[in-house]
Design a protein around this ligand. Sequence first.
Ligand code: GAL
Length: 455
Amino acid sequence: MREQEEFFLNAQDFGKKFMWGVSTAAFQIEGAYNIDGKGPSIWDKFTTKPKAVLNGDNAKVSCDFYNKYKEDILLMKSMNFDNYRFSISWARILPNGIGSVNDPGVQFYNNVINFCLEQGITPWVTLYHWDLPQVLEDKGGWTNRNIIGWFSEFTQVCANAFGDRVKHWMVLNEPMVFTGAGYFLGVHAPGKKRLKNFLPAAHHAVLCQAEGGRILRKAVPNAVIGTTFSCSQITPYRQNKRDRKTAIKVDALLNRLFFEPALGLGYPVKDAPVLKKLQPYIKASDMEDCKFDFDFIGIQNYTREKVKYSILVPYIRAKIVKASKRNVQTTLMDWEVYPPSIYNMIKKYSGYTQIKKIIITENGAAFKDTFTGDTVNDTERVHFLQRYLEQVLKAKQDGLNVHGYFVWTFTDNFEWAEGYYPRFGLVHINFKTLKRTIKASGKWFSQFLSSKNQQ
Ligand code: GAL
């Protein structure tokens, strides 16, 4: 492993306008799952299902950000971050999914937003980071076309409530993951499986993505509107024709499916013919309605995938070869540590001239952190961040279209189906006492950022 001393970069090298921040999501940090009128979300329900989440973990308390938001925002400020990305829990604002607004829920986000602004931190709001109100899932959730109306109402309520102070918005977080893992593989909430659930969920997400953008554009003066996508470099496992073709197909499914329609390019059916099966869900004006002129695209990159042809996988005929089977450095998620992936993804998306700006809205890693003495000496995470940041800088220096970087994530939190096992934070959380301790990576990052305001 490389020595830390070899790393000479600091934030100033990225230029004064480059934006630096941390990202979080409501369900992963807030806790207070049934407090002050909040309704249950699909993740509240999913976490009660036996074996759905590692060790049977739930997020009833999690980091208790609901009560500790001031402490966390102050800590963020002390670490030199000036942008904070967080999401709104739909069921906290609209416990019945639609209809009557829960004032204490709105108040909570007003408090968070106001406190950020008082501290000189710019709030970046994600509307939907996977926690659909359970009442809407009971009506079919993302598979029900009525989701467009439900989501529009939620968006309008948020825009009206927060739009006077929040100018940076992201409509969806990683639609590929919440529809793929939640409605096809069944490993995330709501735990549905099968293509017949995935396809309508995916198409409705694409429509909501654009509709959310339009509502924000109308309701929020001077809004900077984006949406986020998961993406990974896709490499053929073997250099043969079949695997190369498979890689193109998987790239279309994982990296292009959700944003090409927004650019007016339609679905990437040519490279992923399985997407022809979307046709029955597409109504006359839909492909027009999928378009929206986003001010930025958030890309979220952690790793790369190697894929091979497999006759055994129905419809897709492709298989991801796990990192643990490839003799490479991995994180606790069994994701390969592969810094060039972030460069290649910035390059790929920069190739779409319709995209105005790219911001890295998530990047980070889970490693086995150990608390020694009074700190966590997470050198692997420090190296990970340094090596990925070198690639982001290289992209910027090569003239690619990247304008900001948000670390995933601020504090350790509830990592979905993996529960509390993988820790991703720059700040350690003791989940028994809720004590926050800045890790070595957090100290390093704040040092890295401290140069940004210097001459
Ligand atoms: C992203 C997701 C985050 C976080 C992260 C690390 O896919 O948006 O909520 O879980 O991955 O796994």
